[in-house]
Every structure is written in C-alpha cells, then in structure tokens.
Design a protein around this ligand. Structure first.
Ligand code: NAI
Length: 349
C-alpha cells in the first residue's frame, strides 16, 4: 500500500490521539514516525503504532505527563519525562539544548524516565537545522550479547550525529550499536523474510537466519560495538540515575508500567569554535570531496550518512510511502488493542 506523507501523518496522529495522548503530543509522535518511514527507516515508523497505542491506552506511557526541565549548570540540564512519550520529551529536550547552546556554546541535556523515542536522526537533524552540531544516544531493552557472552546484557543503544553544511545537505549519521536494530528483525518478520547470519543468535547462542528464532542480537565489530553500547548506557543511563544494563525495562514486559528509559542530547554551537560559516563551508567541502571519490566495484557512487534516506524521501514524495498492508489496515481501523503486546517475550514479536 502506498500513501502520501501527509495521509500517513494524519492516520498515525489520529490513532495515537485515540489511544490517549493529546492532539499536540500525538502530532509530535506522528512527526517522528512519519519522518522515519519517509526516510526508509520503516523499522521505526508506522509499524510501531499498534504497540505504542496499547502502551498509551494502558497507562505505560503517561497520557498527560508533567514534563519538567531543570538547568543543573550553565550548559547542563535534566528533562524529567514522567514516563511520558519519549518522542515528545526528546523533541522538547532538544529544543532546550539548542537554546542553551546558542547562549553558551554547548549543551548537555539528559532526559530521564521516558518511553521509546524512535529514530534518533529526527532529533539531531532538528538541531542541525538550527546550525548546531548534535549527538544523541539512548538506552533500549537488553537484547544484545556482550562480546564473548551468551546472555543478553545491553540494549541496541543507538547513537546519532548531525552536522549542517553550507548548502541544503545535512550529515545525519544514526545507528544502533548492534549489527542491526531490533526493528529490522521485526520488519523482516512482518514481511516473512529471513535475515543474514551476522545479525543475531538463537536460544543456543548460534547465529540464525530465521527472523522468528532470534534470541539476542550481536554488537557491531565485536568488542568495539560492545564498548560503544556500554558507553551509551553509561551516558544515557548511569549518568541520569535510571536503570542500566540488564535492569533496563523490556518493551513488552508490562505495558501498564512506565519504562524509565534515559537519553542524552549533546549540542555544540560551531560559532564558539571555528565559527559557523567556516564550519559549514568545511562540511560542504568535505561532502564535495567525498562525492568526487571514484566508487569501488559494485557501487554507483559514494554516499554520505543520511544521503540515501533523503533520496528515498524524494522518491516517496513522487510515489507515496510504501506501508505494509496489515499496518495500513490497522491504522485505518478503529482498533486499539489491550492484550496484544503485553507480557510478550521481548524476542517473540
Ligand atoms: P542503518 O544501518 O540503516 O544506518 C546506519 C547509518 O549508516 C545511517 O546513518 C545511514 O545513513 C548510514 N548509511 C547506510 N548506508 C549507507 C551508505 N551506503 N553510505 C553511507 N552511509 C550509509 O541504521 P540502524 O543501525 O539499522 O538503525 C536504524 C534506526 O533505529 C536508527 O534511526 C536508530 O536511531 C533507531 N534505533 C532506535 C532505538 C531506540 O531505542 N530508540 C534502538 C535502536 C535503533
């Protein structure tokens, strides 16, 4: 099924509002999810609405959260999420971080006690459109074996980075610290597809190509990815006083309870370093030089991070966004489930 970005946005917003969030909050949730689908990050788009709706309806995402932002230092602040929507909290926290970095050159804003906040690219790009360089990272539920281990301990703990250029290009690097994000396994399952044998292991700890048999994911590049996911958990979990490591709540364990997740935004204002104009010009030069590199065999061109997503977005603008039929049918239905995801094994869905 192909839908326009505008129609998809409205459908998601309607469903999230029906589940219990205010129109304003539902619009922000839909901004982030539609952004993800439009960029081809389908693992973090409309596919998740059914789950979020159940959690909202059951109170596991606070419907009317008491968000509070406290500055704890000239460039540092903590955004209390009250276990509300991670999308809304992360966007609002990013806006605080941008304002602080405009004044002081840098902002480090921790966001604590939130639910899932989706594709982190959205938040860092928001900063880049305000001429800032940004990093964001967050916790996710433990489903990754540490290097050399047979049991999951860390989450897929993503890191995103964005930087503005002197033209309309933005570098947007956004990755899970696992070979693949959990959402990619879900996406493969929703399409009844197999997965490459380098992504995940089954219950016995052996690598598997069966997307329905996954019991834990593998970190990128062995000990290096393991070290990065540990760093993310320390900066977005331990530093903010929320549960860490294997104590991070599971997406499906109890949908009536808040997830208490942590996220960290770091925003840097280039004006306070080399100067904004010089910085942006250098980024454009870097991208030009990269684009001039002769592609190796099998590649049509060298892309910079975020470029392919934006190319997809342009294609979707012409032809509509491809949405799996089951997901579309759910979005247009009146359904909000109360017992579909709750207490499922985190690897079962
Ligand atoms: P990915 O593997 O699809 O892409 C990773 C990065 O590589 C992106 O920045 C992309 O632009 C870049 N890239 C891909 N192909 C490229 C090419 N040919 N040339 C140059 N650059 C290229 O991303 P991944 O790891 O699957 O993550 C997907 C999403 O999942 C992210 O948006 C991430 O934030 C989100 N996520 C969210 C979690 C949460 O709990 N909120 C947990 C884990 C992931």
């Amino acid at each position: 099924m192909r839908v326009t970005k505008e129609d998809l946005h409205q459908l998601i917003q309607n469903k999230i509002h029906k589940a219990g969030l205010s129109e304003d909050q539902a619009a922000i949730v839909s901004d982030v999810l539609t952004f993800a689908d439009a960029r081809g990050i389908h693992s973090h788009g409309a596919m998740r609405v059914e789950y979020y709706s159940e959690r909202i309806a059951k109170g596991g995402i606070t419907q009317n959260p008491k968000f509070e932002f406290k500055k704890t230092g000239p460039s540092v602040g903590i955004f209390e999420g009250d276990n509300g929507s991670g999308f809304v909290a992360a966007e609002k926290a990013m806006d605080h971080a941008i304002e602080i970095a405009k004044e002081t050159g840098i902002a480090v804003v921790g966001i604590r006690n939130i639910s899932h906040s989706g594709a982190l690219a959205y938040y860092v790009e928001r900063a880049a459109t305000h001429d800032m360089v940004a990093l964001s990272m967050c916790q996710s539920d433990p489903m990754v074996v540490p290097f050399g281990g047979s049991e999951p301990y860390f989450g897929t703990n993503p890191i995103a980075f964005a930087a503005p250029s002197n033209d309309d290009r933005i570098i947007t690097f956004d990755m899970a610290t696992t070979v693949q994000a959990w959402g990619k396994i879900l996406h493969a399952r929703s399409r009844k597809e197999s997965i490459p044998d380098s992504w995940a292991v089954d219950e016995q700890g052996n690598s598997t190509t069966d997307s329905t048999k996954v019991n834990a994911l593998l970190p990128i590049a062995g000990p290096k990815g393991y070290g990065l996911m540990m760093m993310v958990d320390i900066l977005s979990g331990v530093l903010l006083g929320v549960p860490f490591g294997k104590h991070v709540s599971s997406m499906y364990h109890d949908l009536s309870k808040g997830r208490e997740l942590g996220q960290l935004h770091v925003v840097i204002n280039p004006e306070y370093f080399v100067g904004l104009d010089t910085f942006k010009k250098s980024i454009s030069t870097m991208l030009d030089e990269i684009k001039e590199i002769v592609p190796s065999e099998g590649f049509k061109e060298v892309n910079y991070p975020g470029e392919r997503g934006r190319m997809r977005e342009q294609k979707y603008e012409e032809n509509g966004i491809e949405i799996v039929d089951d997901i579309y049918n759910y979005l247009v239905s009146d359904d909000i489930h109360f017992d579909y995801y709750d207490h499922k094994n985190k690897f079962a869905e």
